[in-house]
Structures are given as C-alpha cells and as structure tokens.
Ligand binder design. Structure first.
Ligand SMILES: NC(=O)C[C@H](N)C(=O)O
Length: 478
C-alpha cells in the first residue's frame, strides 16, 4: 500500500487519543501501540518525545492551537534513530507553546499545566515542572517514560530537569539533527535528552547524536571525531584526577561545600573563574531568540496550518491570515513575535539586534578564554590578548536560581518578566553553543530538587558525563 499523507493522517486520527484536557499529565498524546522491537540498543525502552518533534503517528502541535490538527508527513531524524534502535515511543509531551516559556503553563486553553511530580509531600500545592520541556521532564520523573527527548533553546531541557530532579543534557550545538523539529530560534535550538540517570541519557544521546546530511547545521563526522581526539590528548581516559573545574565568581554558588569537597577528594582541581559577560546574556538571548522566532513563525500564516480555526474561507487572504494568527497563537508567542519584529525593524536594528549579537560574541570569547581544551573549529579559537591560555575543563554552577516555582500563583517567577529570569543561568551556554548538562544535586530548604550544571568545550559531552557521574554518586548520599 502506498503511504500517503492522507493515509498517515487517518491512521493518526484513529489511534491518537488526545489526553483529557483537564488532566495535569505530562502528555499531550499517549500511544496505545505495542512496545518497540526486541532488538537494538534501545530495545523496548519507553521514550517520550516533546510535542515539537515530528512523529508521523501523532499530531505534532507544539502545544499551539495553530498546529492542533497538524500531523507531520515524516519522522524527525532523531525519532527515526530511536525507532531504528527498538525504542517504544510512548507519547508526546506538553510544552510551553513553541518552546516559549519556562513553566509549561503557556498552553492552549484545552490543556492544563503539567504538575511537577517531585513533590516532597503528597499534599503540597502544585509546582511547575519547568519549561519549556516540562512534559518530558515530568514524564521521566514520574517514571512513565524511561527517557525523553526535549528541545533546549535557552534552557528548556536543563531547567525542567533541575526542577523535577532528573538529568537533562543540552548537547553542543549541531550534534543532534534538527530535521523534523519545529524551529523556534535556529541559531540556538538543540534537541536534548532527559533521563533519571546519566547512563540513560548517555545511551540515548549516543543513538541520536549522528551526522545528518539532510540537516545542513548538523555536525559532520570529521568534526565529531576531531573533538574526541582533542579530548583524548588533553584528558586521561578515566577518572576525574586533574580535571579542572571553574566556578564563575559572578554566580552565587549554591553548590554545597560537601559536593566541592567530594570532587576535590576524587582529584578534581577547583578554582574561581570570571565570566563577566554572563551578566548581559539574558537580555541578549531574549532579543536574538525573539528576532529569530518572529521570522520562523511567519510560516504559520493560514495557508497550510491552522485550518481548523478558520471560518473565514470567504475572506481575502490578509483577513484570513490575521484571523488565524490572532486566534492560533497564544499571548506569549504573540508578544515574542512583536518584540522580535521590533528588534529587526530599520529603526531598532543597530541599537538592539546588532548589540545583542555583539554581546553574544563577547560571551563566546569569554568562555573560550577559560577553556584549556581548544575548540575543534579553529575559527572559534580565542587568541588571548595577554598570550595566556585557558586553564579549566568544565564550568560548574547551579542550573536555576531556585527550586520549582508554584504553578500559576504569580509568585516565584511563574508569570511575567520574572519568568524570564528563571533562564538566567541557562542561556549563557546556549548563546555560546556549548554542551551543558543539569544533574540533580541535593534539595532546597523547601525539600524540592536542586540541580547543578556542567558546561564544557564544544563536543566534550563524554567529559561532562564523566564528571556528572561523580556528582550523581555524591547525590545518592544526600
Ligand atoms: N525554549 C527555551 O529554551 C526556553 C526559554 N525559557 C524561552 O522561553 O525561550
């Protein structure tokens, strides 16, 4: 039988029981298909995927009304890789609409926000699972999926991982193909992996981190190999003896002294470093991400998407476009489209967009000046004015400014500009395109999970996993 798009859509319609709208479940769609294959590196493993990653048997809505009935015609490369290795795709997970948010509460009215399952007491008021991949983090934390894919533009995998007490990796920019992933901000978007431990995250990462000639931004095999060779020549094959960890002095270190002592006892060398440009990272991120989003979301104009919204068939094209975009996008998405369009306008371009690009460049140089391990692409190499070389291998700091905020209370950063500040410590690595992983690290005074982030040179995921495992060991004793 020929597989046409219509056929796929009717199959999806038959098997896509959308989750009841009032439920705080992590999922927007749950599969009732039988588990994956019994062979392959991920045989039978239950994996959830964020609702902006194309999977032909389910609607891919990006938690947006405009894509409510969109069924993608092909699998994203990363999903195909999971299926080829025997994984069972258990469902698609809720997210802040188009990835814009940090709480998974920017949702269409027919979804309710995801509740964070890491609650230390059964009757606590619900807290946010973080965002925008809050559904993926909650699915892993509650145990309904073994691992999950998310996407991270400015912290969307790491922040929910920290709030839900799981591991979340945002890989180096370009390591996981984005073919079939709905774009938010192309110069920042990364597919990321969440799991309850580092072994799980590494197993999934190894499967999905492959060159893809159908994604021109996906790193080639030679860049990947070069990064591995560089790592071998700088760092011993095992252990963390002699690994240099930098603590940025601009970030208040909540990492417990017991963790730092534990790392020192294992042979790590810990020192303070300076990342002054980190201060301007948040405004630069929101200018650049919104500018890119305003352009990317232009494609949702009413011709191909949002057809279920329209009752304006008889109106001219402009009316129809306006109506569909007005009804189809939520408030936060509209705000970002307007902000991004403004930043790119002739009057504002130099003063806003170019300034943000400049700040991004400063931040990138700042990171590069700290690392002992060189960037595999020489064009990124920082030549130090003073001729000094960088000395550290990994940077360690808290993932978030606190524990999970209450849901929809208007307090602790769930709404308004306060919500943007949740990303304070995650956007710097995104702007620099560097790998960064959040690992559970103790609890806050309120008993909710805390996470620490490890950031390294481009392509140094293996080193991040290695140090992450030591932190994981320490965390078991907490
Ligand atoms: N997509 C992300 O990484 C989340 C970030 N809070 C944003 O709204 O852009």
């Amino acid at each position: 039988m020929r597989i046409t798009r219509q056929r796929l859509q009717s199959v999806a319609a038959a098997i896509k029981p959308r989750i009841s709208d009032a439920s705080p479940t992590p999922y927007s769609w749950i599969s009732n298909a039988t588990p994956g294959s019994s062979t392959g590196k991920l045989a039978g493993k239950a994996i959830a995927i964020k609702d902006n990653i194309s999977y032909t048997v389910a609607p891919t809505s990006c938690s947006s009304s405009i894509l409510r009935d969109y069924n993608p015609p092909y699998n994203a490369t990363c999903v195909q890789s999971l299926i080829s290795e025997g994984a069972h795709i258990v469902g698609q997970t809720k997210m802040d609409e188009f990835g814009m948010g940090s709480t998974t509460s920017h949702l269409p009215s027919y979804y309710s926000p995801v509740h964070n399952p890491a609650s230390p007491q059964p009757n606590e008021p619900p807290r946010s699972a973080g965002g925008s991949s809050g559904g993926s983090a909650a699915a892993v934390a509650e145990g309904s999926s073994w691992a999950a894919l998310g996407t991270d533009t400015g912290g969307s995998v790491r922040l929910p991982a920290s709030f839900c007490g799981v591991v979340g990796l945002k890989p180096s920019y370009g390591l996981i193909s984005r073919r079939g992933v709905v774009a938010y901000a192309d110069s920042l978007d990364c597919v990321g992996v969440l799991g309850r431990d580092i072994d799980t995250v590494e197993q999934v990462f190894e499967v999905v981190s492959q060159p893809d000639e159908r994604d021109m931004t996906c790193a080639s095999l030679s860049s990947r190999n070069k990064a591995l060779e560089i790592l071998k020549s700088y760092i011993p094959e095992t252990g963390i003896e002699g690994i240099r960890i930098g603590l940025p002095k601009e970030i208040t270190q909540t990492a417990s002294s017991s963790l730092l002592d534990y790392l020192k006892n294992q042979g790590a060398i810990i020192q303070e470093v300076s990342l002054p440009s980190i201060e301007k990272a948040l405004p630069a991120y929101y200018v650049l991400a919104s500018a890119e989003a305003s352009s990317n979301l232009g494609r949702f104009g009413g011709n191909w998407f949002g057809s279920s919204i329209t009752d304006t068939v008889d109106k001219n094209g402009e009316e129809r476009r306006k109506r569909i975009r007005t009804q189809g996008f939520g408030k936060e998405v509209k705000k970002r489209i307007l902000a991004g369009t403004w930043a790119l306008s002739a009057d504002e371009f130099d003063n806003t967009y170019l300034k943000a690009l400049y700040l991004r460049q400063l931040l990138r140089q700042n990171y590069q000046s700290l690392f002992r391990i060189p960037h595999p692409h020489s064009s990124h190499q920082q030549i130090h004015k003073d001729g000094k070389k960088g000395v550290i291998d990994l940077i360690l700091h808290p993932t978030a400014i606190g524990t999970a905020p209450l849901l929809n209370s208007g307090e602790k950063g769930t709404k308004g500009s306060d919500e943007y500040s949740q990303d304070l410590l995650t956007v710097p690595a995104s702007l620099a395109g560097l790998p960064s992983m959040s690992v559970p690290a103790g609890k806050g005074q309120d008993g909710w999970p805390l996470g620490v982030s490890l950031t390294g040179q481009w392509g140094m995921e293996k080193l991040i996993f290695r140090l992450g495992r030591v932190i994981e060991e320490w965390n078991k004793g907490q």
